[in-house]
Ligand binder design. Sequence first.
Ligand code: AMP
Length: 305
Amino acid sequence: MSSVVIVGSVAFDNIITPFARGEFLLGGSASYASIAASYFAPARLVANVGKDFEERFLERFRKRNICLKGLQIDPAGETFFWAGKYHENFDQRDTLETRLNVLEHFRPDLPEDYRTTPFALLANIGPDLQVHLLDEMDPATKPFVVADTMNLWIDIMRAKLMEMIARVDLLVLNDEESEMLTEERNVYKAGAALRDLGPKFVIIKKGSHGAILFGPEGKLFAMPAYPVEDLLDPTGAGDSVVGALTGFLASKNATDFDSIKQAMIYATVTASFTVEAFSCDSLESAGREGIDTRAARLREIIEVE
Ligand code: AMP
């Protein structure tokens, strides 16, 4: 089994949904992604937090055996803060507030032994920091690189984002982001256009309608979402998808199309737990057994005689 190094944000989130609200919840792309990955393979977190990040939050990562050697704690600053509000149908959300705090001066310096990690996950964070992490990796290792992003970076850091994408093996985007990047409304044309930017594999997520995997030689695979009846807060679903996906591939030490298909099953069901509660709560309590049970159910759903 291989390890996964994960760079991204660790945050406090305020969330408003049509039915509930939560304040100062543990959030951030790297929090969700590392907890999701930890169900499958050893996860190494590269992120930063401030003096307000109490021991009880660190304990949540330690409980999942996530290595925190790459977590920088700035005794003078405060942790990145993000507030978001979902629309009636949960399909859209608005960012209400972003306070960069310690993220403003973050430089992801890798502990020496992280530099040879065979799998790297660039969870959502500025593409300059994602590229910096890749530059810090040992060039001889040639890690398998999975990356995520968000509309903000397409708007304000497009050139750096393109540089990052060119160095990625598996790019995971939602349909809105893929349309923004490629100006293609047709998902199949968008998938092909994204592969032309560099990544061998591309996954375009379509929210509650599932996801499509694009590979070499026109290879395609479509995966429905796991049927969730009690959606409470979709925050972190995308981060959980990439975390579980990369963790699963690392656990098999595999990077071929068929293994990515398998990984998508686990990614989908892992994210299905995330959205049933605020923060990482349901993701943490899911247990590997819970994930395996849902994976078996999803296999049943997609099976064709
Ligand atoms: P997702 O729902 O998968 O898009 O991810 C939600 C998480 O992204 C939240 O927990 C936020 O803390 C985090 N987030 C929001 N904006 C940013 C940003 N600009 N950079 C890094 N992380 C962010």
